[in-house]
Design a protein around this ligand. Sequence first.
Ligand code: ADP
Length: 503
Amino acid sequence: MAITPKSTSTSSQTDIAFAQNGRGYLSLMQNSSDTNLKLAPHSDWSKMRDVEHFVQFYEADTFLLNSLSGFIGAGLGAGDACIVVATEAHRQGLEERLKDNGLDLAAVRARGKYISLDAGETLSKLMVNGSLEPQRFTEVIGELVTRAAKSGSHVRIFGEMVALLWMEGNAAAAIRLEELWNELQNNTHPFSLFCAYAMHGFDGEAYGAQFTEICGQHSQVIPDESYTLLSSPDERLLAITLLQQKANSLEAEIAERKTVEERLRELEKRKDEFISMASHELKTPVTSLKGFTQVLQRRFKTRDDQESLRFLSIMDSQLNKLTRLINDLLDISKMQQGRLDYQEDPFDLNALVQEIVENLQAGISTHQLLIVDRTEAQVVGDRDRVGQVLMNLLANAIKYSPKADTVIVRVSKDQQNAIVSVQDFGIGIDPTHHELIFGQFYQVTDAAEKTYPGLGMGLYICAEIIRRHAGRIWVESRKYHGSTFTFSLPLQEEKAPKESYCH
Ligand code: ADP
């Protein structure tokens, strides 16, 4: 689609039009009939054609306002009727500039030669349920143009509603509105229309096609000031060459990134498959070792071989550690595949906390696990999985506070949530890691941390389980000042009474 001027006017002004080249992006063309290259578009705003719909891209508001005051100021000077549909800031900026140029704005306004409207308000009159209503456009805008053209004068319009739609992310409506302006231009009195878009609104690869489409709605496209303000044709040609080179290298880079992303996704998939396979393969021999350890334990017990029993008990606890790691790996791989099933049963979180703390305490002599606050808190979910979260937090509290001897547990609730916290007096965590430690395989690695075993799976699993229960998990901690891990779960909603009595 070539973007060429629709006007047949024979203005001496140089036409700048953009056309798509074969490779999909825009290149600048000059009107071949004009041999005297003068590339600055609309340097003379008085030489407007009768019918024109051009778009000005801009980076700074000041640049837009200068162009706009040139366009409107020249129009008013030539006796044109001018309509400005703009944001409040742009109307103000424009009017200040017009006054500074000696224009009696009140007088031209009184003569109906200057009509200004708020872009947002006017746009809301054209929209029904988020979409543009062509009928309303004809009524509101069509009527406005007819009124302005009544005196027989030529009409100049600055319209910013398209830019508002674009900034709201409603690209389809912005393009449709541009089309409606074009239809109006063909069907009613001729007018010159000035559209403007902030260039930063078009950042990102996704906008390429829509950008082309917007340009395609205009008879002229004026680049932003980084090009337009260049003073000589040579400078502009250099700028275009540099932009072309930039576009080429960006396209190459994007293509390269896509390949790398694809490769990363493939590797990520293979990693997940490996974790899943490895954890399944490890499970069978460990289960078998565990079974035979128990058989041996029974044999050595009957023979009263204390030393062998001690070795076997060490073996057994190491096998338990291995089993926990394998189970964590299995959980992670199931979570990644969305295959982890959760029960949906009501249970008292407080009772679960008591149970887990008692069980854990029975096997631990280094720390005292103290429950200081308790309250009945009925929640709905998977009791075993929530128990797994608490076990993980308690195990970490013990592991990461080797010099302390107490871990404090609290159960409380607010209006909507049951809240459980586990506080330790250990090595603490610097705030820079607080979000990251809930990620997969993340471990804080600094000199002090190196001696702690682990794979960085526990907190990720906790966060996933809590997320699936529509709860929250977080940490409050500072390096060397201990840590408090807290999770909250929505309280079970109280059932409405079965019968209600009216007195
Ligand atoms: P792991 O403990 O196996 O490394 P986790 O996912 O349970 O994995 O924890 C991730 C990281 O968060 C740990 O490596 C550790 O650096 C930090 N961390 C977790 N709990 C605590 C705690 N109570 N005190 C200090 N650091 C902790």
